[in-house]
Design a protein around this ligand. Structure first.
Ligand code: KIV
Ligand code: ZN
Length: 531
């Protein structure tokens, strides 16, 4: 095993000119987009394509032009817009598919047609009803047709990992002779294992005629959770193109996650000895863009880009991190475009992390006060999943973090009008006995109710994050609103729950206003870096 003692330092500049390059073939907009829940309209696809070009992918599979007029138009638009990335369109080994792909790619500065045909016995017999000889002929005809219509041709033997290796060699050799320059061996159903894929790639590189003139490519699905491990194994056996997607989206369990493959190559550079052209600092922003465009969040514990990827709550880990970050992190969050490591304060946290956060907030308690603060912190942490800065400040200042008020919501009504505007009115009661009613109009009901609350309470909230989600299932599910606002140079969070999301939002906004009111004058204002 290679142990890099410099873990958790920036890996920038680790690439040397003589290091071999693995091409990153991104199929987020084809294999990823064709999975349920991930479809994108043309505008979204173009935005994503531009982000992928900025990320530095070598080849971008923009779609399957024959699939629909929308797919055709999206591929054509992306082909015309991208400046450096090779744009690729998928096609079956059928003249209509190949001609459509070529037309869609006409404006690409560099174009690739990706022709594919199943080669495995199962697919030959049950899906295609074709003999080996027919598959061979169709593959050759497909590659030959594509050859004259674009800059480069890739041939994929669908279900390659369940194909007889000797037949795969025959088909690939014929594809090279017909003009293919990239040979892709997909694990279409995510069935293989690292040792099997190594064996296959080594075999192909030894036996395919013309192997030294082409690039071998892997395309692994994640049905058994091994897509990234299998892709890495294929690289170690000589694959020099990896097909992958942002956040690992794709058919069924998805494809190999681009960010995981790229960071594995970077962090374990000494082991793999190959590099990519990816600007890793753009990995997180690109992942976020995809979640925004598709509305599909990544799990908290997702490698590289999940919310927990650089967050630590356990006291033992936090203590280690404060002494030397390499104890529990193998890469810097900045290297993937995440601002900073988060030491999350919760019931598993200890004194070291608590003191560090308090100091960052401008509090320097002596040992006796620290003991009392720690006790109050643990009591609150048993009730709440995460302790935020405002909770901590309330504890440090001796306030009750569970306190309610001074403002309370008495009445709320909102209506939406044709053309997009909305109005809302609120009636609030203050602990000092005042009752204040205010109304406002806004771009939508949420905007209108926030404005009405600002007016009624005389506060000024700059909203930086707004999340609404259902708690429970069905039409009567509760809506939970979480707001983050900036006020006096810091972030304040509030959440509200109701069956009506406008009311949930009003309660979340009031929670923020109340926190600010209770803690003013607050301790030295702090800039909150991680919203
Ligand atoms: O998984 C697969 O086999 C594919 C091919 C079209 C390359 O997506
Ligand atoms: Zn696939």
């Amino acid at each position: 095993m290679t142990i890099d003692s410099n873990v958790a330092r920036s890996t920038d500049g680790s690439a040397h000119a003589d290091v071999e390059r693995v091409r990153i073939f991104d199929t987020t907009l084809r294999d990823g987009e064709q999975a349920p829940g991930f479809s994108m309209d043309r505008r979204a696809k173009l935005r994503m394509a531009q982000a992928l070009e900025a990320l530095g992918v070598d080849v971008l599979e923009a779609g399957f032009p024959k699939a629909s007029p929308g797919d055709f138009a999206a591929v054509a638009e992306i082909a015309a817009a991208l400046k450096t990335t090779t744009v690729c369109g998928l096609a079956r080994c059928q003249p209509g598919d190949i001609d459509d792909a070529a037309r869609a790619l006409e404006k690409a500065r560099r174009s690739r047609i990706h022709v594919f045909l199943s080669t495995s016995p199962l697919h030959r017999e049950h899906k295609l009803g074709m003999s080996k000889a027919q598959v061979l002929d169709a593959a050759v005809a497909g590659v030959e047709r594509a050859h004259g219509l674009c800059h480069e041709v890739e041939f994929s033997a669908e279900d390659a990992l369940r194909t007889e290796p000797e037949f795969l060699v025959e088909v690939f050799s014929a594809a090279v002779a017909a003009g293919a320059t990239t040979l892709n061996a997909p694990d279409t159903v995510g069935y293989t294992t690292p040792s099997e894929i190594v064996e296959l790639f080594e075999y192909l590189r030894r036996h395919v005629r013309g192997a030294d003139k082409v690039v071998f490519s892997s395309h692994c699905h994640d049905d058994l959770g091994m897509a990234v491990a299998n892709s890495m194994a294929a690289i170690s056996a000589g694959a020099r193109q990896v097909e992958c997607t942002i956040n690992g989206i794709g058919e069924r369990a998805g494809n190999a996650a681009l960010e995981e493959v790229v960071m594995a190559l970077k962090v374990r550079g000494a082991l793999f000895g190959v590099d990519t052209r990816i600007d890793t600092r753009k990995l997180y922003p690109t992942s976020r863009l995809l979640t925004q465009l598709t509305g599909q969040a990544v799990p908290r514990n997702k490698a590289i880009v999940g919310e927990n990827a650089f967050a630590h709550e356990s006291g033992i880990h936090q203590h280690g991190m404060l002494k030397h970050r390499g104890t529990y992190e193998i890469m810097l969050p900045q290297d993937v475009g995440i601002g900073e490591t988060r030491l999350v304060l919760g019931k598993h946290s200890g004194r070291a992390a608590l003191r560090q956060r308090l100091e960052a907030l401008g509090h320097t308690p002596d040992e006796a006060s620290m003991e009392a603060i720690l006790g109050r912190f643990k009591t609150l942490a048993d009730k709440k999943r995460e302790i935020h800065d405002e909770d901590l400040e309330a504890i440090a200042l001796g306030h009750d973090p569970d306190a309610q008020g001074p403002w309370h919501l008495l009445q709320l009504s909102s209506s939406t009008h044709m053309g997009g505007s909305a109005s809302a009115s609120v009636k609030l009661a203050h602990d000092d006995g005042r009752e204040i009613g205010e109304a406002a109009i806004g771009d939508g009901p949420v905007d209108a109710v926030l404005r009405a609350i600002e007016r009624a309470t005389g506060s000024d909230l700059e909203l930086t994050d707004f999340l609404v989600r259902a708690v429970g299932e069905g039409g009567d599910a509760q809506g939970q609103a979480q707001l983050t606002a900036r006020h006096a140079e810091r972030a304040w969070r509030g959440h509200g729950v109701s069956t009506d999301i406008v009311e949930a939002t009003a309660l979340a906004a009031l929670a923020i206003v109340n926190r600010i009111s209770r803690q003013t004058p607050a301790a030295a204002p702090v800039a909150v870096a991680h919203l």
